[in-house]
Structure formats: C-alpha cells, structure tokens
Design a protein around this ligand. Structure first.
Ligand SMILES: [Zn+2]
Length: 122
C-alpha cells in the first residue's frame, strides 16, 4: 500500500512568505506616506500660483490691489468653486507685495520618526 501524499505548506515555507511580506511592507509604507505628503505640498504650491494669478487679474480688472485675500478668493468671478484651501490647513495670507507667499509644511510622520531615532540613541 502506497502512503498518501499530503498537499500542504511546511512551516518553513510559511515563515519565508511572512518574512517576505513583512519586508515588502516595511519598504512600501514609508514610500506611500511620503508620497502623500509630497502630493499635498505640490497641491498647495499650485493653489498659491493660481491665487497669485487671480490677484493679478483682480488688479487688472479693478485697478486696485486687494487689501485682504478674501476679496479675491471669496469672489465667485475669480474662484467659482470657493476659496482654495491648503491640504495641511495652513491659512493663506497676503504679504506686503500683494502676493500669496509659499509657506512651509511639516511632515509630522518624518519628524516623529527622527525624534524617535534621536531618543533611542540615548
Ligand atoms: Zn500649504
């Protein structure tokens, strides 16, 4: 009588698969979260470019510069879909040159990772 051949994975095979999946996840997760941060920064820069273009259009139409940014962003002639918002919820302001300056964003997950690595070295 021939012994029945069993169809199953060995424990070593399963552990290799789990280790490979863990390594791929460890590589992919930081890249995905970093990509989301960079996409938000690029969206914010585009908002700033569009607002500065619309401020110049406002000046061309009215002959005056806006005193505050809401005069342009809340006007449906310039922003029919409403005022643009920073993806990181930083408010846009108008500087003394009647321009919306670029502002900094902080990648909180990167800061957390750096601070954790600095704390673990003590
Ligand atoms: Zn922003």
């Amino acid at each position: 009588m021939r012994p029945e051949k069993r169809q199953a994975f060995t424990l070593v095979e399963l552990m290799v698969v789990v280790l490979v999946l863990g390594a791929l996840t460890a590589i992919a997760i930081p890249r995905i979260t970093g990509g989301a941060f960079n996409a938000g920064v690029n969206a914010c820069r585009k908002n700033v470019d569009i607002m500065n273009s619309q401020i110049e259009l406002y000046h061309s139409n009215t002959g005056t510069w806006p005193v505050e940014i809401g005069e342009v962003t809340k006007d449906p002639n310039y922003f029919p879909d409403g005022p643009p918002k920073c993806p990181f919820k930083t408010p846009y302001v108008l500087d003394e040159n009647k321009r919306v300056p670029d502002h900094l964003h902080i990648n909180t997950s990167a800061v957390k990772k750096i601070s954790e690595s600095l704390l673990s070295k003590d």
